[in-house]
Structures are given as C-alpha cells and as structure tokens.
Design a binder for this molecule. Structure first.
Ligand code: TYC
Length: 116
C-alpha cells in the first residue's frame, strides 16, 4: 500500500480536523443555544388597588410610571397582560417576588408564568 490511511480510514485519506478516529466528521462549531423563555403575566381582580399594581410593575419589572400605568390599565380592562419574558429561573423569581409582596400587603393580586 502506498498510503498509511487506506486501511485505517473509511475514505482512505488523511484525517481532517473535523474527523475523529472512527473517520466520522464531527461538528466542532460552538452552538449557542437559546434557553426556553417564559411569559410572566399579571391577572386582574376586583380588589387590588390600581396604585399597588403600578408600584409592582415599577418595582419588579423596571417600568417607568407611564409604562406601568398603561400595563396596569390593560390588565384591568382585558383581564391579564404579559409584563415580561424571561428564562425559567428569572421568571420564577419574579412570580415569587410579586406573589410574596401582594400577600404581605394582603392583596389578592395573582402573577403567573407560562412557556412562550
Ligand atoms: N381591577 C383592579 C381595580 O379596579 C385593578 C387591578 C389592575 C387589579 C390590575 C389587578 O393585575 C391587576 N382596583
């Protein structure tokens, strides 16, 4: 045999950079996978004061007063609204913070998350 690769490699050539020792081409490009995202939603109720909801949106979702008031009104009129989209861990933290804050102030405000 003229080449040392004839018997050791399926295609009888020198191993390329993307080949492992079975002769299989392996993808080496780093894959940056996006994590699954979750919508965090606020639900309407008849008792939580509007100002409290506005405060929640400013405090936990970084909205300015005008944005917060607008989203609060959307929840009030439509029944619910998405207030942010986050990774699972951050969404869980936001829901926990809002539910805890509402409970401590004895308001029935509900905050939930759902896979996008
Ligand atoms: N519906 C409430 C009221 O009239 C206001 C409200 C808005 C409550 C948004 C909850 O997520 C909510 N006081």
């Amino acid at each position: 045999m003229s080449s040392q690769y004839v018997q050791s490699h399926p295609h009888a050539g020198p191993p390329s950079d993307k080949e492992n020792d079975t002769g299989v081409v392996v993808e080496t490009r780093a894959k940056t996978k996006r994590p699954p995202l979750y919508k965090v939603m606020l639900l309407n109720d008849d008792y939580t004061p509007m100002e409290f909801v506005v405060h929640v949106l400013e405090r936990f979702f970084g909205m300015n007063h005008a944005q917060a008031f607008e989203i609060m009104l959307t929840v009030h009129k439509k029944g619910l609204a998405v207030v942010g989209v986050f990774t699972h861990e951050i969404a869980e933290t936001k829901v926990g913070q809002v539910m805890d804050f509402a409970r401590r102030h004895q308001h029935p405000l509900q905050c939930t998350m759902e896979k996008e």
